[in-house]
Design a protein around this ligand. Structure first.
Ligand code: NAD
Ligand code: IPM
Ligand code: MN
Length: 361
């Protein structure tokens, strides 16, 4: 036993706590299976933090995250807090964490499990039954954070403003991460922008093109975002790593999630320059499912696998979790979002992954 890791756990709102609980059960199974020591500490964020402390991102939550090796995050938001504005929205808690921890690269893998091929809405000859994409979404810049922003003016004549802004340095660091990841995969990188209309995208494209010279082994293509939305459903197998802006990445990754069968399957890792990382499903708090045991916990469990791999450098443990998930799907177990099969609840799915992990040798 080498060291003890510290993991901050931020369950959040809606289905966030339910799916995070299942990921924690799997973490406990990993601890037993590999004889490891994890220290977990829970903190409030989002609507839960608003209710308790009047702010979606309490200082103590940010501090806990800063001093942890990794953060496991559920989801935030919900109708109860939808009337709130700006910095008081639950979502501002998540955005503040991403920015505050310097997590500029958001890795969102979207792969089709062969066991779920029938859940893919594409015809089999298009999906190929097993595509495997990796979105690298810029996470701390662009229109999510650009100034000026706000609503001003008199009632009836108000104006709302947001600003899409990228510096060369911001594009360069996320693009480098994408080139490096592409080098370890199929050596294909697609950069998605709107350079035919937006100056910020022209700078994005210029910068990515300049860097391509340093990564001659990677084949780079540029795709406009409208075309990318179409190509994703026409030729998902021709795409591999896709690097794009904060907002385009948000939208395209939900589209890719639908191609895999359910948004309840897609994990993510948000990384900065060091090993520290932030791990969350790409889905939201799904208020329509909260508290009913219907949410799919696999996105949260696969986010835990990414945490083990990227922040804790435990590739074997990560692979074991991923294998366990694959086995449970292959055996036909399905939460309601995954369609027909052997029906299971959120908790049931978690228990099956734990069981498969314990049996994996
Ligand atoms: P959502 O992702 O919560 O839900 C979209 C659809 O997907 C819903 O039909 C939901 O039932 C389904 N879904 C989501 N997760 C699922 C799971 N694990 N298993 C099965 N089905 C699942 O997006 P939304 O409805 O647009 O947003 C709801 C709230 O979540 C909003 O307040 C939004 O701001 C917030 N949100 C938070 C995050 C986050 O915390 N990272 C991400 C997206 C949305
Ligand atoms: C996501 C979510 C968030 C985003 C919201 C809740 C701030 O949609 O993580 O995909 O837009 O980044
Ligand atoms: Mn989103």
């Amino acid at each position: 036993m080498s060291r003890q890791w510290k993991i901050a756990v931020l369950p959040g709102d809606g289905i966030g706590p339910e799916v995070t609980d299942q990921a924690l059960r799997v973490l406990d199974a990993v601890r037993r299976r590999f004889d490891l020591v994890f220290e977990t500490a829970e903190a409030v964020v989002g609507g839960a933090a608003l209710d308790r402390e009047g702010t979606p991102l309490p200082e103590a939550t940010l501090l806990l995250c800063r001093e942890s090796d990794a953060v496991l995050f559920g989801a935030v938001g919900g109708p109860r807090w939808d009337h709130l504005e700006g910095e008081l929205r639950p979502e501002a808690g998540l955005l503040g964490l991403r920015k505050g921890l310097g997590l500029y690269a958001n890795l969102r893998p979207a792969k089709l499990f062969p066991a779920l091929a029938a859940q893919c809405p594409l015809r089999p000859e298009i999906s190929g039954g097993d595509f495997d994409l990796l979105f690298v979404r810029e996470l701390t810049g662009g229109i999510y954070f650009g100034q000026p922003r706000g609503i001003s003016g008199e009632a009836g004549a108000r104006v709302g403003v947001n600003t899409e802004v990228y510096s060369e340095a911001e594009v360069e660091r996320v693009a480098r991460r994408a080139f490096q990841l592409a080098g370890k995969r199929r050596r294909k990188l697609a950069s998605v922008d709107k350079a035919n209309v937006l100056e910020s995208s022209r700078l994005w494209r210029d910068t990515v093109t300049r860097l391509a010279g340093e990564y001659p082994e990677v084949e780079l293509e540029h795709i406009y975002v409208d075309n990318a939305a179409m190509q994703l459903i026409r030729r998902p197998r021709d795409l591999d790593v896709v690097v794009t802006t904060n907002m385009f990445g948000d939208i395209l990754s939900d589209e890719a999630a639908a191609l895999t069968g359910s948004i309840g399957l897609l994990p993510s890792a948000s990384l900065g320059d060091g090993p520290q990382g932030f791990y969350e499903p790409i889905h939201g708090s799904a208020p329509d499912l909260a508290g009913q045991g219907k949410a799919n916990p696999l996105a949260a469990i696969l986010s835990l696998a990414m945490l083990l791999r990227h922040s804790l450098d435990l590739p074997e443990a990560a692979a074991a979790v991923e294998r366990a998930v694959e086995q449970v799907l292959t055996a036909g177990y399905r939460t309601p979002d995954l369609g027909q099969g052997r029906p299971v609840s959120t908790q049931g799915m978690g228990a099956l992954v734990v069981e498969a992990l314990a049996a994996d040798r």
